[in-house]
Each structure stands twice: as C-alpha cells, then as structure tokens.
Design a protein. Structure first.
Length: 367
C-alpha cells in the first residue's frame, strides 16, 4: 500500500468514527442577562453582625488543639437557642442548624459537646458522612437532595466539619482550580437558599507564614469565599477573628478559652468555648496580631527595634506617630506591631495636652 493510500484509509476511518460519535449541537439560550433596573438592591442578612451572614460561605481555619469544633458548635448552639453572640447586645433569631460531621462520632463527640454548649437539640440535625449503603458523602453530589431538606427544614446554618473530608477522592487540595471548582457550587447553593455555611479547615503549624496563607492546601480556600475566619494561639492566648473580609466592615479580635462542663447522663465532662468578652479588642486585626509572630521572629522585627531605639536614643522624646512613620519608611511592618515592639523595649508614653491627643515616646537613658 502506498503512503497516500494509507493516509486515505486513516481519514476514512476517522470520518467513520466521527459519524458514530457525532458532537452534540451547542445549546443556545442559556445566557441569563437581567437589566439593572429590574434588580432590587439588598442588604446582607447578618446572623452574627459583621461575622456570619446568610447566603454566604465562610471558611474557618484553625490550628490543631485550639478548639475549632468547639467554636463551630458554640455558634450552632447559640443559633438553636436564639442567644446573643459575643460582643452583641441583641440576641439572634432562633433557628435550625445542620451539622455535617466527617471525623467525629455524633454520639460520643458532637452531641456531648453540643450539650456542653447549652444547645437546643430539637433545632439541631446531624448529617452523617456516610450515605445509607456505606458510600462516602460528596457534597457536590448531594446538593440537589440536600436542597429538599433545606426547603423543608429552613436551616439558618450548615456546618461542614471538616469541609475537605467531604470532597471527591481525586480532589487535589493544593490545586487552585480544584478548590475553586468545589467551592463555587457551594457558594451558588447557599446564595440560592439564603443559608449561612461554615466550612471548617486546618491551619499549618508554620508560624513563619502569614495567617492568610496558612490554610492547608491552595490559597483559594481563603481567596474564593468573601469571609474567612481563623483561630490560633498567640502569646499563650487563644484568638479568633476574621482572616479575610470582603463584605464586612470593622476589625475585632475575640479572645476565648476552652473549658470543660458536665453533661447530663455522662460521667466525664466535655469541652466547650468560653468567650472572654471583656477582652474583645474592637481595634485589633487578627492578621496583625498573628502576623506579628512572622515579623518579630525575622530580621524585620530586630531591625524595627533598632530603629525605635535609634529614634529615642539617650532619653530623647519623640511623637509616637513620628517614630512609627520613621520605622515604616524603612521596614514593611504594621502600626500595632510597632507598638508591641515598643512595649517590649519598655518605651514610656506621655500624653500631650493638644487638640490631637498626641503621645510622646521615650526610653529611659541608661544610668
């Protein structure tokens, strides 16, 4: 057979295969375009003001041992009772919560801890991570069926603990494409049914990395959702707050502890969260406090200290904002981080009687 005849044979075979597997015609009429004049503007519906919103996916990352599940269950318990949240004077509306657990035993872990939080079990449902028949729950595959339960029960909150255990087996946690491909349907789903959703994730132990980049896996875990929380230990204190905020205003860091309470019918106490409302810092940012660890342990922190000492050497007085600007002109560092470094250097503060309420900084000269 000649080369031409051989190639003609391949072309004929390809044409035949193509005819047996025709490409489906492109679907038309799928675009959804709405005139702006027909869209009614809406406010966000906050369950926990500036923290937990209906119709939004929230990713909550935390280190091991800081009480991620306890915080998630505490939030759930408050909703089931219609209690107020930390630093909130008005209680939330009582509602139902669905808790999807993939790692903990509902009878031995989830419900005892929920009761330790004082939750109302009548408003609390648990979805086991295994389907009837033994198959693993994969969120993207059950959203249609889950919608039926959402319409029936009108959940205010759905907790996924942890969200990574509810994703397909071939899912690559380090792939931005894979993470966004899984999170996008969840975001669309919660918007459609106007329910808040919390996906619990894990933080790495690498304190040399900024908090926004410490969620295990791709950065899309933090970049994709509009609100992301984090819990971490800092200077022997447990801190909780926003690691990212696209739709919220204000700052705020919550301090808490994990304590144990006795539960009726059980011999051993169970852990629960106690919020230290007196220690709520409305002016603090979680990223600044936790990222301080990154700065002070590196060269930036040492250099910033040297700059503060240089500006205040030999007992010199200088305005606080002048010192901060002097340091920030030379080092990429936040204002609160500089204040913490100044405290470590025993910098003295004196308030001036001027209209701006300025402060003077000084370091006592060595004797």
């Amino acid at each position: 057979m000649t080369t031409r005849g051989y190639l003609n044979g391949i072309d004929e075979a390809y044409t035949r295969i193509k005819s047996l597997n025709p490409k489906p015609p492109r679907k038309r009429g799928r675009l959804k375009i709405t005139n702006g004049g027909e869209i009614q503007c809406k406010d966000y519906e906050w369950i926990w003001p500036q923290m937990l919103a209906k119709g939004e996916l929230h990713i909550f990352s935390g280190e091991g041992g800081v009480g991620k599940t306890q915080i998630a269950l505490d939030i759930a318990a408050r909703i089931t009772n219609g209690d107020r949240f930390p630093n909130c004077g008005v209680p939330c509306e009582a509602g139902r919560v669905l808790y999807v657990t993939a790692e903990d035993d509902p009878a031995k872990t989830i419900m005892p801890r929920f009761h330790a939080c004082g939750g109302n079990a009548e408003n609390f449902d648990i979805l086991d991570s295994q389907l009837i028949g033994g198959e693993k729950v994969v969120l993207s595959e059950i959203l249609e069926e889950l919608a039926e339960y959402q319409v029936k029960n009108q959940y205010e909150l759905i907790n996924l603990d942890p969200v990574t255990a509810l994703l397909p087996e071939k899912f690559d946690n380090n792939s931005t494409t894979d993470v966004r491909h899984q999170l996008h349907p969840l975001q669309m789903w919660v918007q459609k049914y106007n329910v808040a959703m919390i996906g619990v994730a894990h933080l790495t132990k690498n304190v040399q990395t900024k908090i926004a980049h410490r969620t295990v896996g791709s950065g899309a875990w933090i970049n994709a959702p509009r609100i992301a929380w984090a819990a971490s230990k800092h200077e022997d204190e447990l801190l909780f707050g926003k690691a990212k905020q696209n739709i919220t205003k204000g700052k705020g860091v919550y301090k808490y502890s994990v304590e144990e309470r006795l539960v009726d019918g059980l011999n051993e106490p169970r852990p629960c969260v106690k919020w230290r409302e007196d220690a709520y810092d409305a002016d603090a940012e979680l990223s600044e406090l936790l990222d301080m660890t990154v700065t002070t342990r590196g060269d930036h922190g040492h250099y910033a200290k040297e700059l503060i000492q240089d500006k205040l050497r030999n007992g010199t007085f200088a305005k606080k904002q002048e010192v901060i600007k002097y340091v920030q002109d030379r080092v990429d560092i936040g204002e609160r981080q500089i204040e913490r470094l100044a405290k470590e250097l025993n910098v003295q503060t004196k308030r001036l009687n001027d209209p701006h309420g300025s402060h003077l900084w000084s370091i006592s000269a060595p004797t």
